[in-house]
Design a protein around this ligand. Structure first.
Ligand SMILES: [Zn+2]
Ligand SMILES: [Zn+2]
Length: 840
């Protein structure tokens, strides 16, 4: 057995730590160990086993021992370890923090080991009290004293946590183990016990046959019922029947949780149990599928020619067992999702694994239901609503091979599947794939790398691919699969651009809803058709302005103005969440002339209510949507015709099929064009294209009215013409001139501190270091105040690096971090964001 192991710990230090392996312990590479670190015990991942004695500065410092090996086999297999190291290297992130992100097992780290005294221990304690010595043993008097202390301590209480016991009695691990061997005390691993106890309640129909369908009514059944019905043994009300029918239809056994979806009062089940018709039993979790329909049903996909061709290309790539990158570019409504699911099912049938990544908001309960229908209980669904325990549960299902089709948001790219054949990134341009905290990885790019390592196919799907991906496809790094038509040949909607500067001139005042848009909305409402209106800013008004002194109300933690939320009667910072009362007078000059300026989605809803009092209007933004269920409920209401109009932020633009919408109004989607961010045009084009795609997905053709203050901007013009290729060419020109991606690698380096002088001094020092360091071909801009100069209490200065060679850029960044260490600038105060998505 090797003598040492190098362990990656989740601390902000770019290194692994060496520990000695005590005799008899067998840690594995890729497995977890518990180690002492700065007066704490910390779990970490073993990255290497070796016999090289580490060099310590003072020879007297003894290398510390591993406390416990937590895994017998790796939790990160060779490929995932390699992927983690690649991420650490590419994004300049501490490797331990990368591994922590990859493993959703933090709940298991909170292991609790407890001790209690046994009868034999009680006896020993008693004898010690009589004889003055715990037992005839080879232990030293000091050790016997400690043993006595332990027994005495445990005799006073039910049980004790290991950590607490050890600090109270200063007992050594070895002595404790000896006492366990003598059976004086019992050791219990509470986390292991909890695992075993993790059961789920199942409702079982007492006699399934008794409820089978009968042609005639006999026995105690109420006789007013029509001929064909179930035979019920006793009088049941409607709710009780609904529940029993659901149970009978699913083979008589359903998890209690799943019955909550039935819309019967929670007391109904209790009544049935009391009457002896239903029994509740505990079963170990994981043995039962937790859905009403666990088996997959034969699901037939109907494809047009382009879809068939795309699927065939994907599957032939899968068959080759070699890395292939593909970009699936399909206009909105062209049926990409069906291709993903068909491809994944084929992979599943071959006994191999697949992963589908979807953007945050894309994973709705309806989508989950579809997935279960297609994949049965062989699918694992990973979304942000899962608790730590549920996440760990899913991880184990995947690791064990029970679930080989994985669907999830960003971090699902790390799902521990074996024999990965197909990795799909839906809406690959979506910014939710970029993690905005350490490690700042982009799940799309990690997916490509993982597919490379696994010899798998990666499919990037989008109606509006990112510039980077489309560029790669044009350069033949990826195969380009095009779906040029909407399903059933539905036409793309007509887009009318409305110049709001002209509207202002003609009406003499700032308008939110133009006359033209109002007229179009009225027309649709009269025809009983549905309308969506996009305003990409939540809240009532984005600015509170004093008319006397001109001050705006700023967040106390950030250099941004606070947004007025009228219904909740508060001011909120949309960057840090800080909440303040609505000001009655100016904090600066005391004047009472505080005005709320500008329009957010809340005010837009109010305005539309005023204009169309008869219309039923719903709103979709982060204030009305707390979870995916809310999101889905609003869309369902629209789908079912319970709403005439839906207003909201970009949430309403995300890929969902609502057939009755024939008009989309865009009243504020171009504000990004005024921001100092090189991706502004791309983002605006994508948003406009997506929201336009919501119109006319049913039988009536759709129309889009696009209000803008930038009618001549190419992002607006090309979006109005549904001309992706045109936009792409124009935008590439700009990127090439400005040395931005895909022509250069870009990194944003932020130096931050709660103290302004520190942020200034540190960024100044690094600035001078960049100046005198040779960095051929790399452009370093800054230091400059970041566009948001203060955020979450930190003052922020930044550098932007652009380099045609990513390797050289990362070398320079690594040297810069080394310099920062030398200058004692804390690592946590420097954010290195490689391939930054936001430069704000
Ligand atoms: Zn004022
Ligand atoms: Zn704030």
């Amino acid at each position: 057995m090797p003598l040492f192991c190098d362990v990656a710990l989740a601390v902000p230090l770019d290194m692994a730590f060496t520990y000695a392996i005590p005799p008899g312990m067998e840690p594995v590479v890729g497995g977890r160990v518990l180690v002492p670190f700065r007066q704490q015990r910390m779990p970490g991942i073993v990255v290497e086993l070796h016999d090289r004695a580490p060099q310590t500065k003072t020879p007297a410092v003894k290398i510390k021992n591993v406390i416990e090996a937590l895994d017998l086999s790796p939790v990160l297999d060779e490929q995932l370890l390699k992927l983690g190291k690649w991420i650490a290297d590419y994004y300049l992130a501490p490797v331990g923090e990368v591994f922590r992100t990859m493993l959703p097992l933090s709940a298991e780290f909170k292991r609790a080991i407890t001790y209690r005294i046994t009868d034999q221990g009680q006896m020993a304690l008693h004898l010690a009290g009589l004889a003055g010595s715990p037992s005839r043993s080879q232990r030293t008097p000091e050790e016997q004293l400690v043993e006595f202390r332990v027994l005495d301590y445990l005799a006073e209480r039910e049980d004790a946590h290991e950590a607490r016991l050890r600090s109270a009695t200063r007992v050594s691990k070895a002595l404790l183990s000896g006492m366990v061997r003598k059976k004086w005390i019992a050791r219990e691993d509470v986390s292991a016990a909890r695992d075993a106890a993790r059961t789920i309640k199942i409702a079982v129909l007492v006699s399934a046959e008794a409820f089978s369908e009968e042609r005639t009514g006999e026995g105690e059944t109420p006789s007013r019922q029509p001929a064909r019905r179930r035979r019920y043994p006793a009088k049941l009300n409607d709710n009780q029947r609904t529940l029993i029918d659901a149970l009978a239809a699913s083979g008589g056994r359903v998890p209690v949780d799943a019955l909550h979806g039935l819309d019967v009062p929670s007391t109904t089940l209790g009544t049935l149990v009391r009457r002896g018709l239903v029994e509740l039993v505990d079963e170990p979790q994981g043995f039962t599928a937790s859905k009403l329909r666990p088996r997959r049903s034969p699901f037939e996909f109907e494809f047009n020619a382009a879809q068939k061709e795309a699927l065939a290309t994907i599957l032939s790539g899968v068959g080759s067992r070699e890395f292939t990158g593909m970009l699936l570019h399909g206009v909105t409504g062209s049926g990409k999702t069906a291709i993903y699911l068909a491809g994944m099912r084929e992979v599943l049938e071959q006994g191999r694994s697949s992963i589908l990544l979807v953007p945050e908001i894309g994973l709705t309960p309806a989508m989950a239901a579809d997935l279960i229908q297609v994949f049965g209980d062989e699918v694992a669904i990973l979304h942000s609503g899962l608790s730590d325990d549920e996440r760990a549960e899913q991880w184990h299902r995947i690791k064990s091979g029970e679930a080989r089709a994985v669907v999830g948001t960003r971090s699902a790219v790390f799902a521990p599947v074996s024999d990965l054949a197909l990795l799909i990134v839906d809406e690959e341009q979506d910014s939710s794939y970029k993690q905005e905290e350490t490690p700042r990885y982009h799940a799309r790019d990690v997916a490509v790398m993982r597919a490379k390592m696994a010899g798998a196919v990666v499919v990037l799907g989008s109606a509006t691919p990112s510039l980077e991906s489309y560029y790669n496809a044009k350069k033949h790094k990826y195969a380009l699969l095009e779906l040029p038509d909407r399903v059933e040949q539905r036409p793309l909607p007509e887009v009318e651009i409305l110049d709001m500067r002209q509207e202002f001139q003609e009406t003499g005042q700032e308008q939110v809803i133009s006359r033209k848009l109002a007229e179009e909305i009225r027309e649709r409402l009269e025809k009983k058709e549905q309308v969506m209106v996009l305003l990409n800013r939540r809240g009532y008004s984005p600015v509170a302005l004093c008319r006397t002194c001109g001050q705006t109300l700023q967040c106390k933690n950030c250099a941004v103005s606070m947004t007025h939320h009228k219904r909740e009667h508060k001011m909120e910072c949309h960057y840090c969440g800080f909440i303040a009362p609505v000001p009655k007078k100016c904090a600066q000059c005391g004047s009472e002339y505080v005005y709320f300026v500008g329009t957010g989605s809340e005010k837009l809803e109010e305005l539309l209510h005023g204009m169309f009092p008869q219309a039923r209007i719903g709103r979709l933004d982060r204030d009305t949507v707390r979870g995916r269920e809310d999101f889905e409920r609003a869309l369902n209401a629209l789908n079912e015709g319970e709403l005439d109009m839906l207003v909201g932020t970009q949430m309403i633009a995300k890929g969902h099929d609502v057939h009755g919408v024939t008009l989309v109004g865009v009243v504020g989607a171009d504000t990004a064009l005024g921001l100092p961010d090189f991706r502004a045009a791309e983002r605006t084009f994508q948003l406009l294209t997506q929201v336009a795609g919501r119109a006319g997905r049913g039988n009536s053709p759709g129309k889009v009215v696009l209000q803008t203050y930038f009618p001549d901007h190419y992002a607006v013009q090309f979006a109005a013409r549904h001309d992706f290729a045109g936009f792409y060419d124009k935008e590439l020109q700009f990127r090439s001139w400005m040395h931005y991606p895909p022509y250069s690698a870009v990194a944003n380096v932020i130096v931050r501190s709660e103290k302004l002088d520190e942020a200034l001094a540190w960024s100044g020092e690094l600035g001078r270091w960049f100046e005198k360091t040779r960095h051929e071909g790399i452009r370093v801009l800054g230091p400059a105040a970041a566009p948001i100069t203060r955020l979450k209490r930190d003052y922020r200065y930044h550098f932007i690096l652009k380099s045609p060679s990513r390797e050289k850029m990362n070398t320079l960044l690594r040297a810069m971090l080394g310099e920062a260490v030398a200058r004692k600038i804390p690592r946590t105060q420097i954010i290195v964001d490689v391939d930054a998505v936001w430069l704000m």
